[in-house]
Write a protein of this length. Structure first.
Length: 218
């Protein structure tokens, strides 16, 4: 059942939705009345849900706020239908950047943050190239980095270093966990942890057939 809002409340809700969908980072909880008020925030979440999106509460760099991302079910259906997938070279470059700027520094104790938005150390195109085979050339890496920056999956840091971008804040917890699992499968494919991940995914894949995006729309 859709709640009835006054014209003023509807304006506040739509303003918050617009900010969530277009902001480069988190929208502080006190920046919009519709995010500070429990009832109006629920209305914001409802508007997002209608569009297959979800309201995400998150804290980053001492800022507590909100962003929006794809609902988990919708995200899986879009991926299954091949919608919004990154090209293979872009996926490879993004994985290397996340490994060099988040996973490896965290494993080495350089930072304790669980966020994908590491503040450093960053990486470079030369370092990305050094972590690949000869098939992933500079001519492929450079445009891939530009595309990933345009999608806000990467950003430019201090002295031109390459860092993860703010779009990663839009991942839900299950989506973020799956990305961590993907990095394990890439870097430690023969490890016991990787075996566990593969078995879990095989069991999930043998579950009831999920509906396609077109079926969800009907």
């Amino acid at each position: 059942m859709t709640e009835t809002l006054s014209d003023r409340e509807e304006t506040l809700v739509l303003a918050a939705v617009a900010a969530l969908e277009t902001s480069d980072g988190l929208v502080p909880a006190d920046a919009f009345p519709a995010l500070a008020d429990d009832a109006l925030r629920a209305a914001v979440a409802g508007r997002l849900n209608v569009a297959g999106r979800t309201l995400i509460a998150r804290e980053h760099r001492t800022v507590a706020g909100y962003t929006s991302g794809y609902d988990d079910t919708v995200a899986r259906q879009l991926a299954a239908d091949g919608i919004g997938l990154l090209p293979e070279v872009d996926r490879a470059v993004l994985a290397i950047v996340l490994l060099r700027t988040v996973a490896i520094p965290r494993a080495g104790g350089l930072h304790q943050s669980t966020s994908w938005l590491s503040e450093g150390p960053g990486t470079s195109i030369a370092e990305i190239h050094s972590n690949t085979d000869d098939d992933l050339t500079y001519a492929l890496i450079r445009p891939a980095v530009r595309r990933l920056k345009a999608r806000r999956l990467l950003r430019t840091g201090y002295l031109g270093q390459i860092l993860p971008g703010p779009a990663l804040l839009r991942l839900t917890e299950p989506q973020s966990a799956r990305l961590w699992e993907d990095l394990v499968l890439v870097t430690l494919p023969d490890s016991p942890f990787a075996d566990v991940i593969r078995r879990q995914r095989e069991r999930q894949g043998r579950g009831p057939r999920s509906r396609s995006a077109k079926e969800l729309e009907s």
